[in-house]
Write a protein that binds this ligand. Structure first.
Ligand SMILES: Nc1ncnc2c1ncn2[C@@H]1O[C@H](COP(=O)(O)OP(=O)(O)OP(=O)(O)O)[C@@H](O)[C@H]1O
Length: 241
């Protein structure tokens, strides 16, 4: 994806100012920034969940800056957006929540009858196993921890075979072991499926250990763009001070 001059104001306050960058397939991009620096707004603009004031957005060679609802619907077939608080249906089982990822790929008659093919069932169970939740497949999502719910949302993105996963603070409020697991899962889909993962976070430590690229957002601009190496002290202070 190519972003040129992305600009966004909220209530006449500049939040993002002429941001330009290119993100390649298979990259695991962590967007770091202090609280209020505009990380969520940036992510939502990239996922076309927030309107851009200005700028050009090229995805797979096509200009999607002014994508209408039909085009967005098509994009959402291949894009997954993970909210900060995992968007799961609390009363439904982990498995049913994961199967929701196939919504866009399921024929209407199957949606109406609620029947799931054996292949889709096996596939969803595989992904639950990948995220370490096979033994909790039949448990209602509301009975699971925050980290486990985040991993269900992740497994749903995986079964959707999303080409791009946008994740807003996916490890905030999760214990360190759960956070490791989520970050490992992201890295896994990038390496194995060539998915692109873009996630916002506060934790530079995790970003350095797992992401292939780190973007630092401050003052409405990308002030740091580093691939394949940890941040220097100076870069950290550019982002967080
Ligand atoms: N709907 C809104 N109405 C008014 N101001 C908003 C709105 N959405 C975002 N903002 C403001 O825009 C700025 C950037 O917000 P954003 O949520 O993108 O930052 P962030 O870096 O994700 O913050 P955090 O890390 O605290 O979640 C903040 O100052 C916020 O108050």
């Amino acid at each position: 994806m190519i972003i040129r001059n992305l600009t966004k104001e909220i209530q006449h306050q500049p939040i993002l100012t002429k941001i330009s960058l290119e993100i390649n397939e298979g990259e695991f991009v962590a967007v770091l920034g202090a609280s209020g620096s505009g990380k969520t707004t940036f992510l939502k603009c990239l996922a076309l969940r927030e309107a851009w004031d200005e700028g050009q957005y090229i995805y797979e060679g096509k200009d999607i800056s002014k994508a209408g609802w039909l085009e967005k619907l098509k994009l959402n077939k291949h894009w997954a957006f993970l909210e900060e608080k995992a968007d799961v249906q609390p009363r439904k089982s982990a498995l049913k929540n994961v199967l929701r990822g196939r919504l866009f790929h399921t024929p209407i008659w199957r949606l109406m009858t609620g029947r799931v093919s054996t292949e889709e069932y096996a596939n969803a169970m595989d992904y639950l196993e990948n995220v370490g939740l096979l033994d909790k497949a039949s448990m209602a999502a509301e009975k699971l921890s925050g980290g486990e719910r985040q991993r269900i949302a992740l497994a749903r993105g995986f079964v959707q075979r999303a080409k791009v996963i946008f994740a807003d603070e996916p490890i905030s409020g999760i214990d360190p072991a759960g956070a490791e697991r989520v970050m490992q899962d992201f890295r896994y889909v990038c390496q194995r499926d060539k998915a692109t993962v873009i996630c916002t976070m506060h934790n530079a430590e995790f970003a350095q250990r797992y992401a292939s690229r780190i973007l630092g957002l401050a003052g409405g601009k990308i002030v740091v763009d580093v691939t394949g190496r940890p941040l220097t002290q100076r870069e950290k202070s550019l982002i967080f001070e």
